[in-house]
Every structure is written in structure tokens, then in C-alpha cells.
Design a protein around this ligand. Structure first.
Ligand code: HEC
Ligand code: HEC
Length: 395
């Protein structure tokens, strides 16, 4: 049996038609150009500075401590809370400002009230019917629109199939072993010895995200798992930093200007860092399972999924012909369902005998960044401060 195939959904966004404001949707690549012009979706405010925050060794900062009017999504760390906001926006194809008064996030607009009730409804549905398993989410009903479709559209029923893989993939019978797929990957990258000899790099290039045109970007990585990405924008740097233990993000134009990663998201950031030196990636996750091959951009790919700490799940799509990695999707749990992050790799070229992607696209619920590298300097010394939290916090 092939992976679950679903028919295409109608991509029409009702609210965009009803109201030109909605063209400023959040996290929809199609409209990011519009969003960049208006910037409404990415303009946020600095919430009251919340003071020194403990790193992962200490207690994470919780939603109800940082925010003013949280009634349902309490008891979760700030990064997870922001993940739920991303899931709301993605499910309803809405910009933050379509539920919020952007200057005053705590104010309850009518739509925000509806959303809160919906969040309670979702919790109740899962609790009452599914033993608390998070199988129903906003996406289950909404699928890119403010009001869910009620009746099957016959064109959808009989139209061309669209692939919508499940998050959690079982091992399928008759597949090649995960080991053989990883062995081919390691060989394609240049072999284990070459990979082991690459222990750090500094890369430069451009990143195109919300703002059209390539923004200057820098990437620092040190084996086994330190990694920092810096994108220079007119409004300040966007920095993702992971020092091997703690990870955080700093974004100048959002509701929360900097916050730490926790739980499955922190493990996901660690995985991203490990992917800079992928020679030992097989050891990082466990319970590897190989599902049915599929196709990405016309390329046949092997599909391998593994599980990590704190609920992390990651799916790897290896090109059947070249053996190289074309895509990785990782998931972190949140109070409102799994938060996905996807990286698409392309344009592999040799650097110090190791094949490295010179282009990748990093997609998360807060946007999609297309990175093009111009230069990679292998095995250069990197100051430890590069991997530290950009906004220092007391421990
Ligand atoms: C579909 C409606 C909806 C969308 C879209 C939405 N939110 Fe929210 N937001 C809510 C609800 C509901 C709450 C309150 C949750 C609760 O009471 O537990 C909330 C609370 C918040 C808070 C806490 C404010 C405070 O101090 O109490 C912040 C910050 C926030 N949202 C940011 C965002 C950002 C940033 C986006 C876009 C990425 C976004 N939201 C998108 C519905 C939405
Ligand atoms: C079981 C299906 C279902 C789920 C799950 C669901 N919704 Fe809804 N939602 C609906 C339906 C149906 C409507 C339209 C109701 C109407 O037309 O009166 C709606 C309407 C809304 C609206 C009002 C949209 C508008 O017209 O302004 C918001 C906001 C909303 N949902 C948010 C959410 C959020 C956030 C989640 C996840 C926490 C969620 N919903 C989960 C079924 C669902």
C-alpha cells in the first residue's frame, strides 16, 4: 500500500477575497511578498522585558508569567506558546493581526475570543473521544481557511491526488533497511573519514524571507552540535543560536523579541545543528523506520523517520539516485498539536572533500527563508561567543 494519498484541497482563501487586509496572511509563501510590502504581519511589539531568564538547566519561562491574558494555553513555555500561535495562523491562513490588535496582544478581539473557545473545544474533543491523544487540531477542520468547508467539493473528490503524509510513519514491509540508506548517504557525502575531518565551518550568503531580496547572512557551525545563523535585516539581526546545550532565537520584529527553545523544539534545534556535520546523524535518533518512497520535485526519494528526545520526530527524504538528503521535516509537540519545521537542501558541492548544500530553504510556522551560500570556509576557528545566546540572560 502506498503512503496515504489525499485529494487536493481547494487553495482558495475566502478571507483574502472578502477582505484585502487578509492578503497579509501569515506564513503563506504566496503572500509573503505582499506581507513584506505592508509589513503588518511581522511588525510586533516588545512585550514588557521579562528580565533574566534561566537557560535550559533551569526552569523555562512560562506563558502565564510572560503574557498578560492567557486563559487556556497556560502552563507551557513561551516558545511552545508561540508555536501554537503559528499553528492557529497556519490552520486559518491568517496573519497574527487578524485575531490580534497588533499593538496590544493581550486585548480580546471577537475573533480571538472565538479562537480561545475553539482551543477549549479541541482540548475537549481529544479528551472525550481520543483518550487525550492530540489527533484533532485546528488544521483537522480549518485547512487553510477561516471557516471550514462543510460539503465535499466534487472536483476535490475526483481531482488529481495530492500527497499529504501522516506525521508519524510506520515501518513498511519490503523496504531497504535504514542502515543501507544511511550508508549510501554517508558515501554520497564523501565517506565517513572525510566527514569526520570536517569539524567546523563559517559560511556566508544571502537569505530571502519576509523581505524580498537577499539579506546578508552568516552561518557558524562547530562539531558536534553548535550552530548559529545570523540574518542582517534593516531592523536588526535575526539570530538562531545553539551552543550544544541551550538554544534561542532573536527576531527584532515579532511579539516576543527573543526567547529560548525548550522540549522537542530544543531537540529539533540540536538536530539542525547536528545536520551541519551529518556523519553521525543515525546515532542521534532512534527507532528508525523506512516508509514507502515518494516523490519530491520530480525526484524519487526514500523516506526514513526517527524519534528523538522530548517527543522530537524527524522525517528524512533521501534522493534515491544520488543518495543525498533532499528534505528533512522535524516535529515538536505543542499544546495544540505538532509544530513542523522543514529544511529543503539543494545544490550540493564539495568543500574539503565533503558534499555540502549551497542552497536550502528553511520553513517554519513563522516564515520561509531561502538561503543561498556564496562561500564556505572549512575548519576555521570560531569564537565560542558566536554560539551563545545573542541576548544574554542570567543563569
Ligand atoms: C485565530 C486567532 C489567532 C491568531 C491567528 C493568532 N493568535 Fe495570538 N492569541 C489568540 C488567542 C485565543 C490567545 C489567548 C490564548 C489563551 O487565552 O490561552 C492569544 C494570545 C497571544 C499572545 C499573548 C498576549 C498576552 O499578553 O496575553 C501573544 C503574544 C500572541 N497571541 C501572539 C500572536 C502572534 C505573534 C500571532 C501570529 C504568529 C498570533 N498570536 C496569531 C488567538 C490568535
Ligand atoms: C471540529 C472542527 C473545528 C476545529 C477542530 C476547529 N474549528 Fe474553528 N471553526 C469551526 C467551524 C465549523 C467554524 C465556523 C463556525 C460558523 O460558521 O459559525 C469555525 C470558526 C472559527 C473561527 C471564526 C472565523 C471567522 O469567521 O472569523 C475562528 C477564529 C476559529 N474557528 C479558530 C479555531 C482555532 C484557533 C482552532 C484550533 C484551536 C479551531 N478553530 C479548531 C470548526 C472547527
Amino acid at each position: 500500500m502506498a503512503s496515504p494519498i489525499h485529494k487536493p484541497k481547494i487553495m482558495l482563501n475566502k478571507s483574502a477575497i472578502r477582505n484585502p487586509q487578509s492578503a497579509m496572511m501569515w506564513s503563506r509563501p504566496l503572500v509573503l511578498a505582499v506581507a513584506a510590502m505592508t509589513v503588518v504581519c511581522v511588525i510586533g511589539i516588545a512585550l514588557a522585558a521579562s528580565g533574566p531568564q534561566p537557560a535550559s538547566a533551569l526552569k523555562p519561562q512560562m506563558s502565564q508569567e510572560v503574557f498578560k491574558n492567557v486563559q487556556v494555553l497556560t502552563g507551557i513555555p513561551v516558545d511552545e506558546f508561540m508555536g501554537t500561535m503559528g499553528l492557529f495562523s497556519a490552520a486559518l491562513s491568517m496573519c497574527c493581526g487578524e485575531c490580534h490588535d497588533n499593538e496590544h496582544w493581550e486585548v480580546d478581539t471577537p475573533r480571538k475570543r472565538t479562537a480561545r473557545k475553539m482551543a477549549q473545544m479541541v482540548q475537549a474533543i481529544n479528551k472525550t473521544n481520543f483518550n487525550g491523544r492530540q489527533v484533532v487540531t485546528c488544521w483537522t477542520c480549518h485547512r487553510n481557511r477561516d471557516r471550514p468547508v462543510v460539503t465535499p467539493t466534487l472536483d476535490t473528490v475526483y481531482g488529481e491526488a495530492m500527497l499529504e503524509p501522516d506525521d508519524i510513519l510506520p515501518a513498511a514491509a519490503g523496504m531497504p533497511s535504514a542502515d543501507s540508506i544511511f550508508d549510501k548517504y554517508i558515501q554520497a557525502l564523501g565517506g565517513a573519514a572525510r566527514l569526520a575531518s570536517l569539524t567546523a565551518y563559517v559560511a556566508k550568503g544571502t537569505s530571502t524571507g519576509y523581505v524580498s531580496g537577499g539579506l546578508p547572512a552568516e552561518f557558524y557551525a562547530k562539531a558536534p552540535d553548535q550552530r548559529t545563523t545570523i540574518v542582517h535585516t534593516a531592523n536588526g539581526d535575526i539570530v538562531r543560536a545553539f551552543d550544544g546545550r541551550d538554544g534561542s532565537i532573536m527576531t527584532p520584529l515579532t511579539a516576543v523579541k527573543d526567547y529560548d527553545f525548550t522540549g522537542g523544539e530544543l531537540e529539533g534545534v540540536r538536530l539542525d545543528a547536528r545536520m551541519a556535520f551529518p556523519g553521525r546523524i543515525k546515532e542521534f535518533l532512534t527507532n528508525w523506520r523506512v516508509n514507502h518512497p515518494t516523490t519530491i520535485d520530480g525526484r524519487e526519494v526514500n523516506v526514513v523517520q526517527g524519534s528523538g528526545a522530548s517527543g522530537l520526530v524527524a522525517t528524512f527524504y533521501f534522493d534515491k539516485e544520488t543518495g543525498l538528503l533532499n528534505r528533512m521535516v522535524r516535529y515538536a509537540n505543542s499544546a495544540m498539536g505538532r509544530v513542523p519545521t522543514q529544511t529543503d537542501y539543494a545544490d550540493y558541492r564539495p568543500v574539503a572533500g565533503v558534499m555540502m548544500p549551497f542552497r536550502w530553504t528553511f520553513s517554519w510556522l513563522d516564515g520561509r527563508d531561502r538561503v543561498v551560500l556564496t562561500d564556505i570556509q572549512p575548519n576555521v576557528p570560531i569564537d565560542a561567543a558566536k554560539f551563545a545566546r545573542p541576548v544574554p540572560r542570567a543563569r
